[in-house]
Design a protein around this ligand. Structure first.
Ligand code: HEC
Length: 107
């Protein structure tokens, strides 16, 4: 997958909102929230930019879930362009050749 301007924008959004303070990406980061290097595979949208954008939009809009007993993710109030960037960044990260790293799906 090419390194497009959407991917680069998504990386900036990722940095600006410190997603890594809770999540891991390819096994590195914090271990409070799910590994995101394989989330597009787990959602079945790795090869479908529109589906990736839609499912991520749905996820971001629904946070925080308020479900008792579940760890909470904040509401970031991102623009559609920012969410598209994040979706592309996560698809790109999902397709980088990590030689099987991390060893488990949970990071
Ligand atoms: C304060 C901690 C925190 C931050 C910061 C955070 N998240 Fe999360 N995120 C969570 C938690 C906790 C969950 C799991 C919630 C659940 O399962 O109900 C989650 C889940 C997710 C999921 C779904 C993962 C899956 O496997 O289903 C995605 C995608 C996601 N976050 C993206 C992001 C992005 C992008 C950012 C930065 C803009 C971000 N998160 C920042 C805590 C955080």
């Amino acid at each position: 997958m090419p390194l497009t301007k959407e991917v680069v924008l998504g990386k900036h959004v990722w940095e600006r909102h410190s997603c890594i303070n809770c999540h891991t990406l390819h096994g590195e980061g914090a271990y409070f929230a799910p590994e995101l290097g394989n989330v597009m595979t787990r959602w079945g949208v790795t090869d479908d930019p529109e589906a990736a954008y839609e499912v991520l939009t749905g996820w971001m809009e629904a946070q925080p879930s308020g479900i008792e007993g579940r760890r909470q993710m904040p509401q970031f109030n991102l623009t559609p362009e920012e969410i598209r960037g994040l979706a592309e960044f996560l698809r790109w990260a999902d397709q980088t050749d990590t030689q099987g790293w991390p060893p488990t799906n949970a990071g």
